[in-house]
Design a protein around this ligand. Structure first.
Ligand code: ZN
Length: 364
């Protein structure tokens, strides 16, 4: 423990700090190992998906699409067959995208929170409140977002039957929900990076935010919706979040966090002044004055992180459920269209096995 830290903070804050360190260790233990997962590479993705992007919204099925190609008088039988094959394979891997996102999501959030805590803890210990608060704010955002997503996934009801359509409706919904949280509106990196002159492009103001992968509604709603949902479980979250947001704004928080010393002065006219010293040293008077609030901030962040660890377990259960449902659909496909697929390709259920040894295993 940093000596400056223990001198500066009151006992209740030190207690919360100890809890934070325990949570940090737990998250670190959970996300120590690197997580690997395969996605279709960009080139394959484009080839497979340019044909039937409309199927993503469930409006056009591969069958309908193949019907259109078959009716094209100019298409040779080989072209029709090839297109149908691509459409079917693409459709199957496409169905697995929601599941794939869901499998990766807890790792992304977990490692992200770990990074934020790696920034927050030493910052807090050295009295760098600005940096610590910004990281705490990010932790609340991550935990809120994950909390909202898990609620969404849990609310998806199981397919009514084992019919192709019923399962696909479930998988589409899964995909819509997970894509919105993982890939919602984001900075258009591709647009910027493909520009001849990146600096010029950025300075022209001609940059934009794009929805991910052309999927239907991926407009990101404000993070506040998720924060409010977390507040239903931990009522202080919204207030603490607002407070933490202040510290990234130039008008209030930065000023507060940088006032290192205040002195009361009286001049000869009998007027009282407050002399403030702005510094990057730990703002001891601010910390002393706001001890109760600091304790509450730490306590709220700690509870949100603990809830997050429980949510990770809930997510694991949902991943297992979604995978089971998806596997029913994939087995149906591999039973009838086995010869279309490369059986040594990764199975779309993302079990980590190849198709041949997973959903494409021949029935004994
Ligand atoms: Zn499988």
């Amino acid at each position: 423990m940093n000596a400056d830290f223990s001198l500066m903070f009151a006992q209740p804050i030190l207690d919360q700090h100890r809890i934070l360190l325990e949570i940090h260790r737990e998250i670190e233990a959970r996300y120590k190992a690197d997580f690997k997962y395969s996605t279709l590479c960009q080139a394959q993705h484009q080839r497979l998906f340019k044909f039937f992007e409309p199927t993503l919204s469930g409006k056009v099925t591969p069958e309908m699409f193949c019907d259109i190609v078959a009716k094209d008088a100019n298409a040779s039988p080989q072209q029709v067959a090839e297109t149908m094959k691509i459409a079917l394979i693409g459709h199957i891997y496409n169905l697995a995208k929601g599941l794939q996102t869901l499998i990766a999501y807890p790792h992304v959030v977990g490692k992200g929170i770990l990074q934020f805590l790696n920034g927050a803890i030493p910052a807090l210990e050295s009295g760098n409140l600005l940096c610590a608060f910004l990281c705490f704010r990010a932790c609340l955002e991550q935990t809120s977002q994950n909390h909202t997503l898990i609620g969404k996934i849990e609310s998806l009801s199981d397919p009514a039957s084992c019919s192709k359509d019923d399962i696909e409706i479930f998988l589409y919904e899964l995909r819509q929900a997970s894509a919105k949280f993982a890939f919602a509106t984001r900075f258009d990196w591709t647009g910027i990076l493909s520009a001849d002159d990146v600096r010029k492009q950025l300075s022209s103001g001609k940059f934009s935010y794009v929805p991910g992968e052309g999927m239907s509604d991926l407009t990101a709603k404000s993070c506040l919706g998720a924060v409010d949902r977390l507040s239903k479980v931990i009522p202080e979250v919204r207030g603490v979040y607002e407070m933490l947001c202040e510290f990234s704004h130039p008008n209030v928080g930065v000023h507060l966090a940088l006032i290192q010393d205040t002195k009361l002065l009286s001049d000869k006219q009998g007027l009282h002044w407050v002399e403030k010293t702005i510094s990057v040293e730990p703002p001891a008077p601010f910390i002393a004055d706001t001890a109760a609030v600091l304790e509450l901030i730490l306590d709220t962040v700690n509870r949100a992180l603990k809830l997050h660890l429980q949510n990770v377990d809930r997510m694991e259960r949902q991943i297992a459920r979604a995978r089971k449902i998806a596997q029913v659909r994939f087995r149906q496909e591999f039973e009838i269209g086995r010869e279309l697929f490369d059986l040594y390709a990764p199975c779309p259920c993302l079990s980590g096995s190849k198709i041949k040894f997973c959903c494409g295993r021949k029935k004994a």
